[in-house]
Design a protein around this ligand. Structure first.
Ligand SMILES: *[C@@H]1O[C@H](CO)[C@@H](O)[C@H](O)[C@H]1NC(C)=O
Ligand SMILES: *[C@@H]1O[C@H](CO)[C@@H](O)[C@H](O)[C@H]1NC(C)=O
Length: 424
């Protein structure tokens, strides 16, 4: 090494005609520049400097925003990819709940510096952890179907008020009565048979008292016309199919989970085509009915026998039946809350618009938070799904698998919470 250096110095001296000290000086200067260059590069690898607060969708897939977004009052934020987590000083992580992996979270949590935001539009069946408030409380802001979430979308499955009053698919009552020679008064169309709400158990019992046509995999007793049979789950909103199912007087609409304000297309599709939903699911459904009598609620007729008696009475009295479809026959929508909700939160009919709205909500918080630091933690009201209740008994059935997994999820959440909080 020493020999090598001496030869270098000698050579450089000869070629450039420099003195020994000059060579050493130049060498030192080059070395220092090189060192500074390496150091700056390392620094910028740790935190890339950008102009705006940095937000990251930690979960991959939907909605995949990247680049700069511009929100109210020209507040801007930069979205970066989750593969670049080490490179930026991320101020907010957003999570699309259906894709969360609780064993892969951006830790340490840094509760006073970093905000976590939660987007969930589904019932808890795919993320049971969120049944428990402790899991919710890991997050600071939420966008969910609950009216109490920060960016609410309780009407995610209602496209427009026009869908409620439009008679495009609606069959007049005289025609429906005539059709009873060919079909049953009630439609059941479900292929997901094991649910927290035990909808099959309910329908099975109701079938003992009144005829129900069941086309799906659950309690199947009737074949669909050939043209619908293939891949019908992906064609539920095709015009021809909607005309086909709108021939029924009633349709069983039981959600797969019970959460406040969780009202799905099962309900809104029935309203759209003008068949009367026999409904169980959101405990707050009354707040969203177009009119007081737009659905028959299972909670009002808690035994299937009572329900069938009531349905038979409607079948024998056109005037009584007609009270349930005044949104079609009279284009009546008396629910002010419903009208208002759709007017003031138009973003909610489109999942991507919901995501953008939430991104800006968070971005604006980050800009605000430079001055004020107010603590905000997601609580049960943002996603209120109690222990699953059976449609049949309107009580918790301890032998239901979903009730068991509720308990399992609770233990899991305790572990997750401890891990997140104690992570150093
Ligand atoms: C619907 O029912 C509620 C409570 O039972 C009542 O206060 C309201 O006036 C009713 N609305 C209509 C349009 O009948
Ligand atoms: C965000 O949530 C965490 C976890 O609950 C909490 O400790 C923290 O104070 C919250 N931060 C803000 C700014 O609300």
């Amino acid at each position: 090494m020493c020999n090598f250096l001496r030869i270098c110095v000698k050579l450089t001296k000869k070629v450039l005609r420099l003195t020994f000290y000059e060579v050493i000086y130049i060498g030192l200067i080059f070395f220092t520049i090189f060192f500074i260059w390496v150091w700056i590069n390392e620094e910028s690898k740790i935190t890339k400097k950008v102009d705006n607060p940095v937000i990251m969708w930690w979960t991959s897939g939907f909605p995949g925003t990247s680049g700069t977004i511009s929100c109210a009052n020209n507040m801007k934020c930069d979205f970066v990819k989750n593969t670049d987590n080490e490179l930026y000083n991320v101020k907010a992580y957003l999570f699309y709940a259906s894709n969360i992996k609780f064993d892969n979270l951006p830790l340490p949590r840094k509760p006073n510096e970093v905000i976590w935001g939660l987007y969930h539009e589904e019932s808890p069946r795919n993320v049971e952890e969120l049944l428990h408030e402790k899991a919710l409380s890991l997050f600071n802001y939420s966008t969910t179907f609950s009216r109490y979430s920060d960016v609410p979308f309780p009407l995610q499955y209602l496209d427009s008020l026009d869908d409620i009053s439009s008679t495009k698919y609606f069959k007049p009552i005289s025609l429906k009565i005539n059709l009873l020679k060919e079909i049953s008064p009630i439609l059941y169309l479900q292929s997901d048979c094991e649910t927290a709400t035990e909808r099959d158990a309910y329908v099975k019992e109701l079938m003992k008292f009144i005829e129900i046509d069941s086309y799906g995999a659950c309690l199947n007793n009737k074949e669909m016309p050939k043209k619908f049979r293939e891949d019908y789950l992906n064609n539920l909103n095709e015009e021809e199919f909607l005309h086909y199912i709108s021939r029924y007087m009633f349709v069983v609409a039981i959600e797969n989970g019970v959460c406040d304000d969780y009202v799905t297309e099962k309900f809104w599709r029935a309203i759209k085509i003008g068949t009367v939903p026999i409904y169980f699911g959101s405990p707050t459904i009354r707040d969203w009915l177009p009119n007081n009598k737009s659905a028959i609620l299972i909670e009002d007729f808690p035994r299937p026998k009572q329900m069938s008696d009531y349905l038979k009475m409607l079948l024998n009295n056109n005037n009584l039946y007609e009270e349930y479809v005044t949104h079609k026959t009279k284009k009546e929508i008396s629910n002010k809350r419903l009208i208002n909700e759709l007017k003031i939160r138009q973003y909610q009919i489109n999942a991507l618009d919901v995501a953008s709205k939430f991104e800006c909500f968070i971005c604006e918080k980050l800009h605000d938070n430079r001055e004020i630091k107010v603590q905000h933690i997601v609580n049960k009201k943002h996603y209120n799904c109690p222990k699953p209740i059976s449609a049949l008994t309107l009580q918790v059935n301890p032998s239901n698998d979903w009730v068991y997994s509720w308990e399992v999820a609770k233990k899991k959440v305790d572990d997750i919470y401890d891990q997140v909080i104690s992570f150093k």
